[in-house]
Ligand binder design. Sequence first.
Ligand code: PDD
Length: 284
Amino acid sequence: MVEIVYLNGSFIPYSEALVPFEDRGMLFADGIYEVVRAYDGRLFALEGHLQRLVASAQEIQLEIPPAAELQEALLGVMERSGLRDTSIYLQVTRGFAGPRSHGVPQGIRPTVFAAARPVPRPDPRHVAEGARAVTVVDNRWHMCHVKSIGLLLNNLAKQAALDVGAQESLFVREGVVTEGAATNTFAVFGGELWTHPEGPLVLSGITRQIVIELAQAEGIAVREEPYLASRMYGAQEVFVTSTNLEVLPIQSVDGRSIGAGVPGPVTRRLQAAFTRRTAALATV
Ligand code: PDD
């Protein structure tokens, strides 16, 4: 089957989705993106994703198409993919403005691309028994709240985990755990759920926000406060969240077991609550 993707207002075969080599996305990673999940043919947390895209665009002075158009693109690629459970990638770059030149060109058309892909699901063993994580120094910029396509340091961090047989890296900036290479990270201390506060050092994860709300509804105290990596090793539980991984337990960090080395009760409750939330979507 020919894959149909969205490019600049048209649904076209992937092989025809071509942009000039000197698109600003290529030259400068001058662009932003979203990853949106669909469960049983319904876009999950769409409003949050579109709001975050608008916020990212404002931060980098990028004009993006109206939300309705972006929603059409997301729905359009999903419908044409035949996938009801899918992970949809949406990217907006500043577009092509001629030969490479610094500064921010005005009045050019952004390049908008979307594709619906099979969900890169975590290994079911890791969902059930916990994944392994390592820590890496967080040398990224101070605008991590912008969902920038400039992910080189995130990719190197992820690879550092894969190189040692782990699944995710947790960034540590000046001793503080910020977030994962492609996830937000949570730790349970004394029954309370801790996660780094929103701001320029982390991406405001859509899943993070939903998990915070689910935890509060479950009567679990949530502290959006920084915590030290040295403290995390002694946490009762650690887990990470993202659109694709949902709530993924972490059984060890840097080879040191977290709690009993198996997913703990808070993680279990939140995994179950998250699954209920996504299942409820299908019945709306
Ligand atoms: N990444 N932090 C970073 C650095 C991320 O890249 C992501 C998601 C998250 C979690 O955000 P959300 O819950 O909104 O997915 C946090 C996406 C999925 C990706 O790059 O593929």
